[in-house]
Write a protein that binds this ligand. Structure first.
Ligand code: SF4
Length: 486
């Protein structure tokens, strides 16, 4: 969500006449888009601001803006601790950034503007997309749940849903410019419709995406188990362009811990959903988030988490050691688990999950998978000259771009089919000649260095073009994705 907000900030600034700073160049504006969900978010922000101070001293015209969750939380505290900051804006008013920069420049003083509720749905703002082939599309913001470890509801507010027509118009506009894959985004994506009274709205939205010509892959993140309805599983199984991939946060396999977390499903319900998903889509890759060492977690509770992990057979999991987030109810709980206990449990969980991930990956050796070629996802690719792509189920595959099937050259955004020759716990490798290669408009755009730029509002059409004058740089200092804590 934060990463997508950064795309919106970049789009807004471009429309206001700013341009991305060239590599090695000096920016006129630096925007830090913060995430309070990340561990040590405060230290990272103030550390980054400390690093920017000499640049501000050397160039007093440099403007520094701080936005996102941490700005929403710390507000004026940011300019008190770092008086060289020019603008602070919150999660509810990202559209105000250009005006706040102007005001700060004109008034020669810091401008702090934090709203208590959403002023403009972020998707009504322009966005400069980072990728020519895959795009985020927000369907809702905020969350009506009250998980005790999570700061999101207090910083992002209650759930606000976009109208389905607006969501689909944005998807169609992106596809018209060559985008092949969209990920529907929401803090709690499958409660979509709660605001306009249709609990089946999310399944309907998936099916409607299935009717968009040229849209090859639809993903979504993150669903909440409590809101998971069977119609979503049917929609996933029956809509050909919806990928058989499900990221569904578990957080804990212990009912007692789930209760303490105020997660209102229990392990049986969670495993029941997985069973239904597998019955409808035997090839589905299911991933999750798990927190280890939530306050009060006993060894028996943790053993239940391991049990669920064994039963669910996740293809991968984001595992986290619980750490206090100031401002959350769980941070006040007395029975915090000692750090060394958390560490030891965490290592056992990671070892078990790695074993399962590897077993599942090994089953894919010898199979041919379709890959949407991505840009720079594998650190080793430069040495091995392999490229990287994502399979339809979300798995990361490094492949050798070789063989007669290649049409000129394989570019990010193109689609290839490759035979898996090797499996590791966290990725797959294909060193066989490619089975097929399809050049795409997204590949052309990657090659030409152009990116879709949605103009905002429901019916906005994307446009391409060179940006304008003043230089800016945007950094996302963390990422919030629904229930995912990264
Ligand atoms: Fe909402 Fe997810 Fe946070 Fe729970 S963890 S409050 S569902 S955003």
């Amino acid at each position: 969500m934060n990463v997508h907000d950064s795309e919106r900030l970049a789009g807004l600034l471009e429309d206001a006449g700013y341009a991305p700073v060239a590599d090695g160049g000096e920016p006129d504006v630096v925007v830090l888009n913060t995430c309070a969900v990340r561990e040590n978010a405060d230290n990272k922000l103030y550390g980054n601001l400390g690093h920017l101070r000499p640049a501000k001293t050397a160039n007093p015209d440099l403007q520094i803006a701080v936005g996102g969750c941490l700005a929403q939380k710390d507000r004026g505290e940011i300019v008190r601790r770092a008086p060289w900051v020019d603008v602070v804006f919150g999660t509810h008013n990202i559209g105000s950034l250009p005006a706040l920069l102007d005001r700060a420049r004109h008034n020669q003083r810091a401008e702090v503007e934090i709203l208590e509720s959403l002023s403009t749905f972020p998707s009504t703002l322009p966005a400069r997309r980072d990728s020519a082939h895959a795009s985020w599309v927000s369907i809702s913001v905020g969350c009506n749940n009250t998980c005790t470890f999570c700061i999101v509801p207090s910083l992002r507010g209650k759930e606000r849903d976009r109208r389905p027509g607006d969501v689909l118009a944005e998807v169609e506009a992106l596809v018209a410019e060559g985008v092949l894959e969209v990920t529907l985004l929401g803090q709690n994506v499958n409660s979509y419709g709660v605001e306009f009274g249709d609990r089946y709205a999310f399944g309907k939205l998936l099916r409607a995406c299935g009717a968009i010509d040229g849209l090859e892959r639809v993903r979504f993140t993150s669903p909440h188990p409590k809101d998971f309805t069977d119609d979503v599983i049917s929609a996933m199984a029956q809509t050909p362009n919806v990928c058989h991939q499900l990221h569904m946060p578990l957080q804990s396999g212990s009912d007692a811990v789930l209760k303490a977390m105020r997660r209102s499903y229990r392990r049986e319900k969670y495993l029941g959903i997985i069973e239904k998903v597998r019955a409808a889509m035997p090839d589905a890759a299911i991933t999750t988030d798990i927190i280890v060492g939530f306050p009060g977690e006993t060894e028996a509770d943790f053993a239940e988490t391991l049990d669920v992990v064994r039963a669910a057979r996740f293809s991968s999991a984001f595992t986290f050691q619980y750490s206090k987030r100031p401002g959350t109810p769980a941070a006040e709980l007395a029975d915090q688990v000692p750090k060394e206990v958390v560490q030891e449990r965490f290592e056992r969980l990671v070892a078990l999950q790695d074993e399962i991930s590897w077993e599942l990956n090994k089953e894919l050796v010898g199979r041919t998978v379709e890959l949407l070629v991505s840009a720079g996802e594998g650190r080793k690719d430069t040495d091995t000259r392999r490229l990287t792509g994502r399979a339809r189920d979300g798995r990361l595959v490094h492949f050798t771009p070789a063989g007669d099937a290649i049409d000129t050259a394989v570019r990010p955004g193109d689609v290839v089919r490759a035979e898996i020759t090797y499996a590791a716990p966290h990725h797959l490798v294909s060193d066989a000649p490619l089975v097929s290669h399809r050049r795409t408009l997204a590949g052309d755009h990657t090659e030409q260095g152009v990116r879709p730029k949605t103009a905002g509002v429901g019916l906005g059409l994307p446009s391409f073009g060179p940006p304008a004058a003043t230089t800016m740089t945007t950094a996302t200092t963390g990422a919030v994705s629904g229930c995912t804590i990264r």
